[in-house]
Write a protein that binds this ligand. Structure first.
Ligand SMILES: [Zn+2]
Length: 302
């Protein structure tokens, strides 16, 4: 297994095998890539592009893909996935970032959610395609990912929502299609609580079964603006890491504001000797790999 730090701030945390930096967030904010950190880019979730071009926002019968439309779980504004200028600009940007860092990890590289997008262009493209609605959406997403692949020379990782069953209906995502172009998947399992590890373990097992490329999962440590009571306790994170590791996934990333928050998490985990001892009996080699990682972290906190 490989363990990664997935962060907002351009500073490498110690004690991880690799690093993913949020170079372009869903807010549209962009920061300079770092040459030894992979670059995470939100493609269609982009408040800046959406606010500058209000007619680019993805549409549906349940309203636009905008923050505040509670008919969907959308926490930012999303550009329509067929918007040609946005698509072209994102490919150019991804190509530039690819030159400056070891890999590209894409977020929101698909439709906003079920029922999107019903803008006049999408309706026209759909009718012209002669395909069913869902198949047309799939073709749009797969086609765009194949174009991106041509411009990414290094590693390309597809971040996906933790929904193993209805990604096709909701996002136009066919996992087998994406596997043809992706080097790996990252299932973003962010939650402010991991109090019931059973669900995360089940999701990991399900994704490992269906995805035809290596599977990473991402667990939530912190986000900018969180207070200490907002974030999952280190003990829940360690317990869930072990439970997910034993499903055969290929790696775990820890999502945090930056290196300092990760160090707080690492300290919290290291100091829980009783849990570390108990978890030894939870599985075979992958469980041991998580516990070895924690053993290595002991040196960081002295
Ligand atoms: Zn549209």
């Amino acid at each position: 297994m490989r363990f990664g730090a997935y962060v907002y701030e351009p500073e490498k945390a110690e004690g991880f095998d690799f690093h993913v930096l949020r170079v372009k967030q869903e807010t549209g904010k962009r920061i300079t890539p770092v040459q030894d950190m992979n670059s995470n880019i939100a493609v269609f979730a982009d408040n800046v592009a959406a606010q500058k071009n209000k007619n680019w926002i993805s549409q549906s019968l349940l309203g636009p893909a905008q923050f505040g439309n509670y008919k969907y779980n959308i926490y930012w504004d999303m550009v329509c996935a067929t918007q040609p200028e946005h698509r072209a600009e994102q490919i150019k940007y991804i190509e530039e970032v690819d030159r400056q860092s070891p890999g590209i990890w894409l977020n929101s590289q698909y439709f906003a959610d079920h029922g999107h997008c019903t803008c006049p262009r999408c309706k026209k493209l759909w009718k012209k395609s002669g395909l069913g609605w869902l198949e047309w959406r799939r073709k749009e997403i797969t086609g765009y990912i194949s174009q991106i692949r041509e411009h990414v020379k290094k590693e390309l990782v597809m971040c996906i929502q933790p929904d193993p069953i209805t990604a096709y209906e909701r996002y136009g995502v066919d996992f087998d299609d994406l596997a043809k172009y992706a080097d790996a998947f990252n299932v973003v399992m962010l939650s402010k609580s991991y109090a019931t590890p059973w669900y995360w373990e089940m999701l990991s097992r399900g994704f490992k079964k269906i995805l035809k490329k290596p599977v990473y999962i991402s667990l939530y440590v912190s986000c900018p603006g969180d207070s200490p009571k907002d974030v999952p306790p280190p003990t829940e994170l360690l317990n869930t890491s072990v439970r997910c590791a034993r499903t055969g996934i290929d790696g775990i990333l820890y999502f945090a504001t930056g290196a300092k928050k990760l160090l707080d998490f690492q300290k919290g985990v290291v100091n829980n000797f009783e849990l570390r001892r108990r978890l030894r009996s939870y599985g075979g080699h992958p469980v041991q790999e998580v516990l070895d990682l924690v053993n290595n972290w002991e040196q960081l906190i002295q």
